[in-house]
Design a protein around this ligand. Sequence first.
Ligand SMILES: [Zn+2]
Length: 292
Amino acid sequence: MGALAQSGPAELSGAQLKMHVTELASDTYQGRRTGTEGADLARTYILGQVGDMAPCRENVLQPFSFDSRRSGESFEGKNIIGLYEGTEGNSDTIVLTAHFDHLGERNGQIFNGADDNASGTAVLIELSRFFHDVQPKHDIVIAFLDAEEMGLQGARHLVDSACLKDRRVLLNVNLDMVSRSQVSELYAVGTHHYPFLKPVLEGISTGEGLSVLFGHDLPGTGQDDWTMSSDHGPFHAAGIPFLYFGVEDHDGYHAPSDVAGDVTWDFFNVAANYILHSILAMDEQQWDTFAK
Ligand SMILES: [Zn+2]
């Protein structure tokens, strides 16, 4: 189906988003730590929900291994990578990422990781289904990444992988913690480095009390600079423009209290739809003249 098959404004389903977060943040998934059965179950759930995705050069399941920088222990991770070809028919590509792994169990407590990052995973599942029905202009790579919590390992692997090797990657849009804000604030991070992205984001209507804030990307501001703090980091390090969407750190950050019951569902819904419209607006750009 092409874009003409779409009727009414594009929208992601709040009910579906809630279902995915509630499922992935349940105790069944044991905190989705890389290399555990919980992470395997999360992959199975994601694959069952996204439907058919074409592979990007390699298999849809992209395995990789790495040594923990803390303990030296070896780990096996597995990304899920799919491709939706655009109408332009070249290999200019927008890469959408969200990590599905989290911290697992510690001292008998499960870290469910509802906001971090069942939320971004849920949005990416729905984006995948969206691009299944509505063909983008540019090629879109959908990447559910593993081992973010162990040093952005899944993203590092993807940036160097055969999938992206012969492509011109225009932009990475990374989603990590997009569902929990009592004040309805979503950060769009990266416009300090890539200022041409900002007017596009400012031109998108936010709806229902959502505030989109810019920042958390100024060099020299220590912990307040999120430029390398999630999976967009390896893209930026490779010279690829990025946009990172996420909320301010909250009480549940890397704590057992990051549970589905504390997700602010109305905020999550409007944030997810703002993200969809941002991606559609980026896909509409003529990148040869736009990106400067
Ligand atoms: Zn995260």
